[in-house]
Design a protein around this ligand. Sequence first.
Ligand code: ATP
Ligand code: MG
Length: 582
Amino acid sequence: MAPSSASPALTGPPIDYKLPDTFNFASDVIDKWAQDPSLKAMIWTSRQGIGSSVSSRRDLTYEDFSERSHRVAKWLGETLGITKGDRIMIMLPRVAAWWDVLLATIRIGAVIIPCTTLLTPKDIEYRLSVGHAKVFVTDKAGAMKLTKVQNKGTLSINILVEEDGSTFPGWHSFYEGVERNTKTGDRVPNLRTTRKDPCIIYFTSGTTGYPKMVLHNHISYPLALKFHGQYWYRLSPHKVFWNLSENGWAKAAWATFGTWNMGATLFIQDDRGAFSVDNLIDTLHNFEITHLCAPPTSFRQLVLPEKLNLMTGPRKPKALTNCLAGGEALNPYVTEIWKKTMGMDIHEAYGQTETTLVCASIIGYDVRPGSMGVANPTVPFAIIDDEGNILPTNKEGNIAILTSKEPRLPWLFDGYVQASGELVLPELINPKTGQRWFLSGDRAVCDEDGYYWFVGRSDDVINTAGYRVGPFEIESCLKEHPAVIESAVVTSPDKQRGEIIKAFIVLTDEYKKRLQGQGNTQKAEMELAKEIENFVAENTAPYKKPREIEFVDTLPKTISGKIKRVELRATERQRKGVDTRL
Ligand code: ATP
Ligand code: MG
């Protein structure tokens, strides 16, 4: 089955995935690029706190990573006795050692579980209780959190990554351990890993509930993500790729495997979580970054007039040529303004922790603002109804990936790891055709040209007055109003209408000031709300206009920065006296 008969074929270099029987990213990719000793794998920079300038820079070659990760692998395997299949949980800021551990883990066939540094002790406890890790790799800040965790599950080895070599009783010092137990030039044998071997477990973002553990094998992420580097990012040696998301999220794997498969350079900034748009602008101005991959929330802030003035004036990006976004829907207005002002498209992609890239505005294609682009032809997916029937173009349905195709194409995870250790791949079986599908939980439409348009997460779609309304369309319209930085649109219970559309809106500083400047703020707010409601009615359709608007300072977000509409819905139901468990 073609992903969609209407999808335009990809242009560009041919797809050369002759799926190998064995593949080991560390030996097959890193060691290969390391044969060119000058080839840069990473520009690592650090910055301590908002407002401070970059304090240091280190350029690291593929040879550096190859050589270090062999030594780390030797230490983990021979000295600490970590073997194939053991799980290593890693919670570190963006220090180069994170990538040493990733590659070393792949070399010895252990399974890495990356976690964000923003986890609380409670989050860590949850992840340890379901993740069954044997090893925990972290820094001092992480170690302090771990001391507050009551139940550490199966954890037996703790590794501390602090460059000064400091350690705690019962902990192994990473730098000192590698230094003392291995020497320059040490190598471990090339382990031949396959699709049957687990490689990496990511927790999902937790946008709709508890984060789920997603297991990928040595091909479904490390090799399949080559597609990203080759087609979506269009990378080659010496291009410099900066992905803003933190190492605890799957997007970091997309960036690492996508960039390194192509021999390009990762740009890393260790900012200890102190993200600011002004720093983003400064960093693009100061460094030779050619590709920027940022979440839509960052682009929404970059297109504010005062930021664009900086970027087209004194703080012009030094080398930026390509912009990419994913993880959430990107409002068309943002893409349009960016193109008009910066002269660059934003290439959006859609995928999940569970998948690789499903569709994308691939570089070299027409970008249609508001669309997630065209199909990745290597992924057998379609828009289907709730029974598993493939829908024609222009019909809204579920984004689903075919799992019954044999041999199963490896662009999908192996399954959700349950706390019991069992692996579960939920599937919808079409009773008529017998086809099995993995449902993404997202709704979209494919148009006659093969472009995909996101409607919303299935649970976020609003049923009002007999109409189905996706929040994204209204949020995109709201973004066009000059008062709005960003918004979240949800359903809210209503006595007369059953459900109404409600918008939570974060106002620009200018509009906030304007409201405060008026004598009667409440009245001014009501007037602005009315103006915005009418704006939506005029620019989309009257039935799509929010019946209620609430101005808020911030929107509830996951730690990866995604809007949690589920929380806003629950709040509305509570406020209006509806049992939230229903
Ligand atoms: P959880 O599964 O725990 O609720 P999550 O779905 O946010 O969290 P991720 O795997 O990080 O976890 O995100 C994948 C989801 O992000 C997709 O299912 C989709 O809802 C959303 N997404 C990703 N890319 C896009 C895009 N281009 N447009 C719209 N939504 C997107
Ligand atoms: Mg999800």
